[in-house]
Design a protein around this ligand. Structure first.
Ligand code: AKG
Length: 286
């Protein structure tokens, strides 16, 4: 069945309205309630906590993230591949979504604004989104998301466009250049004030980060999943130079919990990956 087939959307019972599609394209983000099962959200919070490690046990407010918790916690995976989310993303982008990374946050990140296109990029451009889910109530005090509506209409800036060399050692300089751009364009921030279970879908180029944690005693449990879309080339701009892109293998978080191959298959020796490729070509492996 092709993704253009309306049955794909109808099957899951979830569809975006024309107003929501327009809002995403105009604003670069969409605030949305997918009606997630509250028990699933609580399960994620409870089961991810041990993954934050000993620093978290000593001081639960000191650790800001855990990457790819879906490999250990099935509830994280279930949220990342939720049918309603995938249906919404198909409608937004007209291609099959490929969830490729999860991040879980116990507290606000206070992260400077950035465009995800500096971390994950595609050829053709723009086939990436983030879906950020509030796992508890988020208000102005516990470090909500901060974002700049319409900033996705700015050019896609690479490190080189901003006069910077590649590599994470230059990342703070990138953040400062983005601060300058925000001021130059007079962009106005908004905060992601959300009820538990609500989500924000952001465009690949939307400037966003973590607002200040005004109350540093409070948690801000949340999960973001990053998605690419099928039939692109994928690369990591921070590790790329013009004409020498650091390509990434397409990867999809498995949609079934009875996944019979290990999730870290892309890091396995070549013969193992060749078998996976064969299985994928036969439709037996995501
Ligand atoms: O959760 C946050 O505070 C920021 C998350 C973020 O910037 C991202 O996932 O790209």
């Amino acid at each position: 069945m092709s993704i253009e087939d309306p049955a794909v959307v109808a099957n899951t019972g979830f569809a975006l309205s024309p107003e929501q599609l327009t809002a995403f394209s105009d604003q670069g983000l969409l605030k949305i309630d997918f009606g997630f099962d509250q028990q699933l959200l609580d399960q994620i919070v409870a089961e991810v906590q041990p993954l934050y490690g000993s620093a978290y046990v000593e001081n639960p407010l000191s650790v800001t993230r855990y990457q790819d918790g879906w490999k250990q916690v099935d509830a994280v995976r279930q949220l990342a591949v939720h049918d309603s989310v995938l249906s919404a993303l198909r409608m937004l982008m007209g291609r099959e979504p490929l969830p490729f990374q999860t991040l879980n946050f116990p507290v606000g990140t206070s992260q400077y604004p950035h465009s995800d296109s500096i971390h994950f990029h595609t050829v053709p451009v723009g086939f990436m989104v983030g879906v950020w889910v509030a796992l508890e109530k988020i208000d102005a005090e516990n470090g909500p998301l901060i974002y700049y509506p319409q900033s996705h209409k700015l050019p896609y800036y690479s490190m080189q466009d901003l006069g910077l060399g590649p590599g994470y050692s230059n990342y703070h300089a990138y953040e400062l250049r983005i601060q300058d751009l925000i001021a130059e364009h007079g962009l106005q921030p908004e905060l992601g004030i959300l009820e538990k279970g609500e989500a924000i879908i952001w465009h690949a180029n939307l400037l966003h980060g973590g607002a200040d944690r005004k109350d540093i005693t409070r948690s801000r449990h949340s999960q973001v999943t990053h998605y690419f879309f099928e039939n692109c080339r994928y690369y990591t701009p921070m590790e790329s130079r013009p004409g020498k892109l650091r390509y990434r293998e397409p990867f999809r978080i498995p949609s079934r919990s009875d996944f019979s191959l290990p999730p870290d298959i892309s890091t396995r020796p070549l013969p193992f990956r060749a078998v996976a490729k064969l299985l994928r070509s036969l439709g037996l492996h995501n």
